[in-house]
Design a protein around this ligand. Sequence first.
Ligand code: ZN
Length: 366
Amino acid sequence: MRFNHILFLLFVSIFISCMNSSRTKDQSDGGQKEIGDKNLVVQNEVQIVTFIYHRFGDDRYPSTNIGTNNFQKQLEYLKTHDFKVISWSEALKELRKPGKSGRFVVITIDDAFKSFYQNGLPLLKKYGYPATLFINTETIGGDSYMSWGEIRESMKEGIEIGNHTHSHAFFLNLPEEERYKKFREEIRRSQKLIGENLDDYVPDVFAYPYGEFDEKMQKIVREEGMKAAMAQNSGVIDSGTDLYALPRFPMSSYYSDLSAFIEKANMRPLKIQTIYPSTHLMNNLKNPPTLTLEILKDNLQWSSLQCFVQGGKCVLSVSQDEEKVKLEIKGDKALDRRRTLYTVTVKDSDGSWHWFSHLWIMSEYN
Ligand SMILES: [Zn+2]
């Protein structure tokens, strides 16, 4: 080991609470995945930060709400700093342009709560920003949900509609033979209702309820004609991102103050070369699971590396060769929530932060 390698490891250990070099050997599920060649045929330098909102100015539900004032401040920030806010369909076009570069923001809203219509839409209209609204069709017109008329009105203001299933179920709680049948049926039912109620509109983008999915569900979404599907793990989209697992930054009370928003709006993608395991389901994995990532060194300043595990501490092991840095990440104790994110951030030599997160799901937890 060269002297600078030793220095490097020493430095990392200052930042990381605990070093652990033992590799978990029994992770047989969800094999290693090469990143960077999925779904898109072009490579370019387009970067898209996508935000997810649910409720607006409805503080009865703080975990899914953003205050109207906060939302206005965010839009004002985007406007005064010349961010290009585009619809998801425009974003997809940008991702498909060979050689294109540029940074964009996409606003998405899930579930079609009435508070979006009442408090969110007027602000989007004021700033002239488009957004994508993912609707679960069963509750449309119900208490605290938008009506079809309100959705039609929103579309006139530049709101795109996406499919969010019919019932918004926890599909992963169903046994596999039921899960995929019901999931496909619900996408179709939702498409049909949207077409019937919104002048033959045909959504081509999907959002997984609760951001939960497995590989077969990704395949079904694609087979049902969707060009992309949004998840809820945080991160930045670029031309290497899996179009059927698109990351979004949540913007609710807990994370939505202006400084957190500014940090996310300016975030860059952390480009992962390989990931192991690639699965999100913990069913056959040791708990806590170990996630192994290989990342090109590029101009990243590895002394700034940070690692987060929701509900616990990150145990990180770092090694490197000439080109790549290898990270082995795990929680300091067994994960005990339905959804847990492992997140890695690192700064580049220009001072910009890069972000990657991986979602673990334990479907036996409710
Ligand atoms: Zn939802």
